[in-house]
Design a protein around this ligand. Structure first.
Ligand code: ADP
Ligand code: MG
Ligand code: ZN
Length: 472
């Protein structure tokens, strides 16, 4: 980054709503079916076919509005956005242009900064072009899938703020259950608009739009590359004169962005009212829809109720699956701090390394809770618990069976430990005398000897206790 320039970022996110059927017809929205199986005259764009609005999509849009404290428009409009592309057989996309269903929302970053959401509107997705050597094929299964396009204000001032905004929006959408929000499958897609301006300048600089980047990491890379490129162009004195508003593509192999096309203006699309649909009226009962607890609320609750640190609460609530896992562990009787350690550090560490998501964890909440409980009961040590978890990651085995198999059961029986202590002290009378004469650091030596004699299985707390009482 450069201290002479300020970065300005606005994001457009397309969220695929997880309705059972498409937005204007009753074809299923399922992913991965045989090409063109889920189509009908409406989503194929055959002449004379009439669209019918899907009420579920409206409901899901309203849920998002509630979550981002946005205004829900009782009436909104549909327009045709005209452009040609092989995966868009009608030659236009039905979208909302003049009046969107949602306006004026916000997402609050951890710093307390508010990022404005200008609008969110409903529209239909296009199909997919599949390029296969010499030929190109078109699959229209996705054509007509409902999208909610969420447009932010140009309020972000760094790639970090942009990513934080995106992660928060992603979490909200998942908590609401309105989309799978799977970035690889394209059900949560982001275009980043990036410009820079000399510090202190009021007007925004010319923006460049970076299209459809499919991971948080790539979005951050693309923005950072673009900022550097624009700063260079500006410093060479070419920026305002030679660089035009354009759409650029990010290449994840080189980490660079390259020009795709000049940026079209809305006038290029010749928007006009969709004659086959009435204005969208949000049913009265939707205005009182209840939505589930949101990530920020859950995070505050974890801090207050479970006394977790802000950072830990943030990690645990970032994904609803993770929060649900944590809450199950609590339900099985694990203390919050211990559950946090076993889940956020031990299990997540192993899952990340193996590239497995929490949903596909080979170790479920019940098993992880039992490891934590066995540690708490001093049946195993913390180090032993990690070995148990390692084994559970590899094998479908019960926790107690794993403890048995690995021979990790600690000896907590006081008389058994006392016997070992007596043997150790008896064999080291000279050292006992030195200890009693004031060489206190020998205490560690005795602990070590007892642990060794028990082959690491003696409960260290009990060893300490007995040694203290014997040595005075
Ligand atoms: P379009 O469909 O032409 O991309 P939209 O209005 O849908 O236009 O989206 C514009 C997006 O670009 C918004 O997210 C807005 O915040 C952002 N934006 C507008 N001007 C700038 C700018 N100068 N720098 C960065 N982002 C900008
Ligand atoms: Mg755009
Ligand atoms: Zn259809």
């Amino acid at each position: 980054m450069n201290k002479n320039f300020e970065v300005v970022i606005g994001l457009e996110v397309h969220v695929q709503l997880n309705t059972k059927t498409k937005i204007f017809c009753s074809c299923p929205t399922s992913f991965g079916d045989e090409p063109n199986k889920n189509t009908c005259p409406v989503c194929l764009g055959l002449p004379g076919a009439l669209p019918v609005m899907n009420k579920e999509a409206v409901k899901k849009a309203v849920m998002l509005a509630k979550a981002i404290k946005a205004k829900i428009n009782k009436f909104s409009t549909f327009e045709r956005k005209n452009y040609f592309y092989p995966d868009l057989p009608k030659g236009y996309q039905i979208s909302q242009f003049v009046v969107p269903i949602i306006e004026h929302g916000e997402i609050i970053l951890d710093s307390g900064k508010k990022i404005g959401i200008t609008r969110a509107h409903l529209e239909e997705d296009a199909g997919k072009n599949i390029h296969d050597g010499e030929i190109s094929k078109v699959d229209l299964n996705r054509a007509g899938t409902p999208l909610l396009e969420i447009v932010s204000e140009p309020d972000m001032r760094s790639s970090d703020e942009a990513i934080e905004y995106l992660k928060k929006l992603h979490a909200i959408v998942k908590y609401l259950g309105i989309s799978d929000a799977n970035m690889q499958e394209g059900s949560f897609r982001c275009d980043a608009n990036v410009s820079i301006r000399p510090r202190g300048q009021k007007e925004y600089g010319t923006r460049v739009e970076l299209k459809n980047i499919n991971s948080f990491r790539f979005i951050k890379q693309a923005i950072e590359y673009e900022v550097e490129r624009q700063i260079e162009a500006w410093e060479e004195g070419e920026y305002e004169t030679e660089v035009v508003q354009e759409t650029r593509l990010f290449d994840s192999k080189t980490g660079e962005t390259r020009s795709m096309r000049g940026k079209e203006e809305s006038a290029d699309y010749r928007y006009f009212p969709e004659p086959d649909l009435l204005p969208l009226e949000v049913p009265d009962e939707f205005f009182d829809i209840e939505i589930p607890e949101l990530p920020n609320q859950k995070k505050d609750r974890y801090i207050n109720e479970f006394k977790l640190k802000e950072y830990d609460a943030g990690v645990l609530t970032a994904e609803p699956e993770l929060a649900a896992f944590f809450e199950l562990m609590i339900k099985f009787g694990v203390e919050p701090q211990l559950a946090n350690r076993w889940l956020a550090i031990e299990l997540l560490g192993r899952l990340n390394k193996a590239g497995i998501s929490i949903e596909n964890s080979p170790v479920n909440a019940k098993k992880l809770a039992l490891i934590a409980i066995r540690e708490k009961e001093a049946v195993i040590s913390a180090a032993g618990g990690k070995k148990v978890l390692d084994l559970l990651m590899q094998e479908d085995i019960e926790v107690d069976a794993a403890i048995e198999k690995l021979g990790l059961k600690q000896v907590s029986d006081e008389s058994a430990i006392e016997k070992i202590v007596d043997e150790v002290l008896g064999a080291n009378e000279d050292k006992v005398a030195e200890y009693k004469a004031g060489k206190e650091k020998l205490f560690g030596f005795f602990v070590g000897q007892v642990m060794k004699a028990s082959r690491g299985k003696a409960n260290p707390q009990i060893v300490n206790k007995i040694l203290r009482s014997k040595l005075g």
